[in-house]
Structures are given as C-alpha cells and as structure tokens.
Design a protein around this ligand. Sequence first.
Ligand SMILES: Cc1cc2nc3c(=O)[nH]c(=O)nc-3n(C[C@H](O)[C@H](O)[C@H](O)COP(=O)(O)O)c2cc1C
Length: 171
Amino acid sequence: MEFFEAIERRRSIRAYRKKKIEEEKIKKLLEVANSAPSAGNLQAYQIFLVKDEDKKKKLVGVSYDQEFIALASVVLVFCAAPQTSGQKYGGRGQNLYSIQDATISCAYVHLAAVALGLGSVFVGAFDEEKVKRILGIPPNLRPIVILPVGYPDKSPEKTPRLSLKDLVKEI
Ligand SMILES: Cc1cc2nc3c(=O)[nH]c(=O)nc-3n(C[C@H](O)[C@H](O)[C@H](O)COP(=O)(O)O)c2cc1C
C-alpha cells in the first residue's frame, strides 16, 4: 500500500475479527517497530508481545474495561526505559526522550498495521502498575501504550481534525 493511502485509511480500530494474525505479519510489525528513530539511537523502550488469552483478558480489567483489548489477535505493550535514555541525557532522557522513543515506535506499528490489512488503536487509559504486575514487566520499565492489533471488523468514519490554520502558527 502506498504511504499516503495508509495515512488516509488509518483509523483507530476497536473491533476485530476472530482471525489470528499470521506470524510473518507479526514479525513485520516488530521489524517496523525496531526501525523507528530514537534519541541518540538508544532505543530506550521495550515491547511486550501478548498472545496469551488470559493475560489479554486481565489487561481489560486494568484498562477501564476496554473490552476490545481481549478480542485483538495480539496486544503490544510499549514500555519506556527511562534509565536507558537518562544515563546519557539526564532528566530530559528520563522524562521525555524515552517516552517519545516508545511512542514513535508504536505510531510506526499503528500505521504499518494498515498497510498489512490490520487495525489497531492506541490505548493510553490504564493503570501502569497493574499492567506491570500482570505482564511481569520489570521496575525499570514504564508501560506507555497498549496497542491491540487484529483484523478489523468495522470501518469507522474518519474523525474530524483542526483546520491547518488553527493547528499551525506560521512565524
Ligand atoms: C495517546 C493516545 C491515547 C489514547 N487512548 C485511547 C484509549 O485509552 N482508548 C481508546 O479507545 N482510544 C484511545 N486513543 C485513540 C483516540 O481516541 C483516537 O486516535 C482519536 O479519537 C482519533 O481517532 P482516529 O485515530 O480514528 O483518527 C488514544 C490515542 C492516543 C494518541
């Protein structure tokens, strides 16, 4: 799929078919994640790939009952590694770059999913500590985004955006 077509077709997808995602597609998504830029090329983040049905169901309970999480074929949990970036960049690395690194990687996957005929949604509303406990995420990592991914079961309408006039201030 052409890049701008993927941008145009991208939606937050919260309903998935039962069909499992093929392993080659999962690998492709992970390679795309790994290709994202990061501050100082430190890649101050880690990704947890959740396939286990029981763990997916548990994630629903700590994400304000966002039931669609359990229905996705796989769930990716992007975690910032604040110390990794902090060792080189101090507070800015800890509090900003590591979160940016993880978020950009997730955004890459969110878009690549479209090109592979898949759908996903950024989930930011969850209890970080409880997510860590469920997945056994070590203390040095901070879950930033939960990204359920699956074959879309719905084609949501395009959501509105600001006008470029309101978004961009030309100096
Ligand atoms: C940082 C962030 C956090 C989000 N958290 C949630 C969430 O917890 N649950 C959810 O259903 N959607 C969540 N979304 C998706 C947004 O609601 C969605 O991107 C927005 O409404 C625009 O719709 P679109 O992505 O289809 O264009 C989040 C998106 C971002 C970028």
